[in-house]
Design a protein around this ligand. Structure first.
Ligand SMILES: NC(=O)c1ccc[n+]([C@@H]2O[C@H](COP(=O)([O-])OP(=O)(O)OC[C@H]3O[C@@H](n4cnc5c(N)ncnc54)[C@H](OP(=O)(O)O)[C@@H]3O)[C@@H](O)[C@H]2O)c1
Length: 337
């Protein structure tokens, strides 16, 4: 299998290379692309890999092309590559809401993939983490309403976001003037910024819209009420989410705890807490602090629950999920080894 990674010098692309290597995906040849060339600009299986400038011609003929190069690159190259017979697995938002494009988290909706699909979108990182936590609840008791507040890491805004946070931290520690914000709407070091993406006329941010729309699509619940508040926090990697759900049927903390313990991809913490630093570099979606409102905590069944959820957004929220989609295609024989 011949594989290309577009955006190989970025936060997600670099992680895709690492995950492909870790999981020993059967790759005969791998080439790395970005907006410009860099000699030995990437690493794969212990070797330096030259990074080539992406172009229509250079990307033609691969069995599988991963895109982690932003909307522009996906929009410009992916449709033609798919028409030419390549499988494309795209981390950008470009095609996610198209009805003919499966938006798959393997533990949540692997059934959405069919043999004729060639273009696959990887969902928004916060939506992947949210859906991984919501699927066991949906299956146990149905879902009527979801409120979520996200606490999103700086590397969610790519390499530039991470560098901006670190530069701000250094300046704050040394007493130097902090650089002006570029990747974020406000300085992020020693701060919390309640804006991820641009606002629309009704006041919702693009990130909040994506979380709602993509969650409804992946959970196959088109009428689910989802309201999100997306917040950037001065954490390097791993997104956290405070989730409040209303279920369709009455259930209990004990029943939901059992559902989380049985859920593939979910690491359930019956006690204690879990933080972004605990999960950085791992693939599980961690759920903790599952609880019912105090007035229903006597053991009666109820419909309202709260939980805390954390996942590495560069891995399960992007790269690992992309590689898992390829593994599913290989298992089913939809892509030849
Ligand atoms: N960061 C996350 O947590 C996360 C999570 C889920 C999804 N995503 C999505 O994944 C994609 C990549 O995000 P990122 O955070 O990894 O960004 P990033 O760190 O800024 O990296 C972007 C990469 O794309 C390359 N690139 C940019 N424009 C290109 C073009 N026209 N043609 C070819 N390559 C191009 C860049 O190459 P140069 O360095 O040469 O410019 C770089 O390698 C985005 O669509 C993002 O929305 C990100």
């Amino acid at each position: 299998m011949n594989v290309a990674v577009v955006g190989a010098t970025g936060a997600v692309g670099e992680t895709i290379l690492r995950v492909l290597e870790e999981r020993n995906v059967p790759i005969a040849s791998l080439r790395a692309f970005a907006s410009r060339a860099r000699a030995a600009g990437a690493r794969f299986r212990g070797d330096a890999v030259d990074v080539e400038p992406a172009s229509e011609e250079a990307l033609r003929g691969f069995d599988v092309v991963f895109f982690a190069g932003g909307e522009d690159a996906s929009d410009r190259y992916a449709p033609e590559l798919v028409a030419g017979g390549s499988v494309v697995i795209d981390n950008s938002a470009t095609f996610r809401m198209r009805s003919d494009v499966p938006l798959v988290v393997p533990e949540v909706n692997a059934g959405a993939i069919r043999a004729e699909h060639r273009l696959f979108s990887v969902a928004n990182c916060s939506a992947i983490i949210l859906c991984s936590a919501l699927r066991p609840i949906r299956d146990a008791a149905g879902l009527r309403r979801v409120h979520v507040a996200t606490y999103q890491a700086a590397s969610g805004a790519g390499r530039q976001g991470l560098q901006e946070l670190m530069a701000g931290e250094r300046a704050a520690a040394s007493g130097d003037p902090e650089p002006d914000p570029v990747a974020f709407p406000s300085r992020l070091a020693r701060n919390v910024v309640p804006q991820v993406g641009g606002f629309d006329a009704s006041g919702w941010s693009s990130e909040e819209r994506k979380i709602g729309d993509e969650t409804r699509k992946m959970l196959e619940l088109p009428d689910l009420l989802v309201s999100a508040t997306a917040v950037r926090v001065p954490v390097r990697t791993a997104h956290s989410e405070a989730i409040f759900v209303e279920t369709q049927r009455p259930t209990s903390v004990a029943e939901l705890a059992a559902a989380f313990e049985a859920a593939p991809g979910v690491v359930f913490h019956r006690e204690g807490i879990v933080t972004p630093r605990d999960v950085e570099g791992t693939d599980g979606v961690h759920v903790a602090r599952l609880r019912a409102p105090l007035d229903s905590a006597r053991g009666d069944k109820g419909r309202d629950f709260a939980l805390w959820c954390v996942g590495d957004q560069l891995r399960k929220g992007a790269a690992t999920n992309a590689v898992e989609i390829l593994e599913l295609l290989l298992q089913r024989g939809y892509v030849a080894r």
